[in-house]
Design a protein around this ligand. Structure first.
Ligand code: 5MM
Length: 342
């Protein structure tokens, strides 16, 4: 049990805000470097700071964001006007959080499957994060799909790690975002994506319950159920049908909010699918169904920015636009933008 229940309840209620979602700005250095490199942007502490400052200081964006997940490096960085980034988020009423899993390593006796690291000293790290004003954390585990993968061994190892992480968080008054990601890579069908996602979620929730995690004080961040990238694109109504069915089968009603990752879908696809999920779930979902996107929120804005200070305003407009569209989609109230006539 934890002495921090009121804090946990307050945080999760703020994160589950009915018109908002979460921005994932927690790419580790190798990941942000890859995203920048694709656009010819150098990855340095200063370019990473400038980018993340641009995002969170976008005028009006607080209307659409309940929380922002940060990467450790950002905790010591400041916005362009000199405010510590955590303080700037708090001033905007956006809950600051932190990614705490560390690099993945190969899991022995599997076909190259991975397990996320970072459990050593996590209790102490969590207490320090709470002292710094961080109210939630995030841990991601990934699952590769083939006809025979993920193996029961990989599902079990990652579910255990997610559960131990979540328990450490709650013991220290930090809300855990639990992120089991069935990867989009591969040529699998949407039916196979549903089968794997359901198996993973069942095992993750069994581990969370065994570890004593308070389901009412967590956020689930899963993949939407889609076909593999090389398996053809399923239309939004199919994605919605399989995603809602899978969640109804595997996610306890005590969980307040499910915030999907975008996982390599285009920004437009992720929004259309989130909207379809909310429309399909209307009246039968016990949880909020929102977003915790990185690429699907940041992608168009990062391309517009291209590392140039002179593009800052255009990039902020693009970011605000994605945030606004996803906030509509998380209410099932999104309408596609009319085609631009040139
Ligand atoms: C799946 O990645 C998470 C959501 O991002 P997308 O919406 O782009 O799929 C994201 O929060 C991710 O966990 C972080 O960017 C950290 O990733 P790395 O690869 O750096 O651990």
């Amino acid at each position: 049990m934890t002495d921090h229940l009121p804090l946990l309840e307050d945080t999760v209620a703020r994160l589950a805000h009915p018109q908002r979602g979460i921005l994932a700005a927690d790419e580790s250095e190798p990941t942000i470097t890859k995203r920048f490199a694709a656009l010819g942007i150098a990855s340095t502490p200063e370019t990473r700071r400038a980018w993340r400052s641009l995002l969170i200081t976008t005028p009006g964006v607080a209307e659409y964001l309940s929380g922002v997940i940060l990467f450790e490096e950002t905790l010591d960085q400041r916005t362009d006007d000199g405010s510590p980034i955590v303080d700037a988020l708090n001033a905007l009423g956006i809950v600051p959080g932190i990614k705490v899993d560390r690099r993945t390593v190969a899991l022995p006796f599997t076909e190259g499957e991975k397990v996320s690291q970072g459990l050593d000293d996590l209790g102490a790290r969590m207490a320090a994060y709470r002292e710094r004003g961080l109210r939630f954390a995030k841990w991601r585990s990934t699952f590769k799909v083939s006809d025979s993968l993920p193996s029961p061994r990989a599902i079990h190892a990652n579910a255990e790690a997610l559960a131990r992480y979540a328990a450490h968080c709650q013991q220290e008054g930090v809300v855990p975002i639990v992120e089991p990601e069935v990867l989009i890579d591969g040529d699998y069908s949407i039916e196979r994506g549903a089968e794997v996602t359901e198996a993973v979620l069942h095992r993750v929730f069994a581990a969370l319950v065994e570890a004593g995690v308070i389901l009412e004080a967590m956020v689930l961040k899963p993949n939407m159920v889609v076909a593999g990238k090389a398996g053809g694109t399923a239309p939004p109504d199919r994605v919605a049908e399989f995603t809602v069915r899978t969640c109804l089968r595997a996610v306890p009603a005590a969980v307040p909010t499910i915030n999907f990752l975008s996982g390599g879908q285009s920004a437009a696809e992720a929004t259309a699918n989130l909207d379809a999920i909310n429309r399909h779930a209307d009246g039968r979902a016990p949880w909020a169904l929102s977003f915790s996107f990185a690429r699907a929120l940041q992608g168009p804005a990062m391309a517009a920015w291209a590392g140039q200070a002179s593009n800052r305003e255009t990039a902020q407009e693009a970011f605000l636009d994605r945030a606004r569209q996803n906030a509509r989609a998380r209410q099932g109230r999104w309408t596609p933008e009319p085609e631009q006539v040139s």
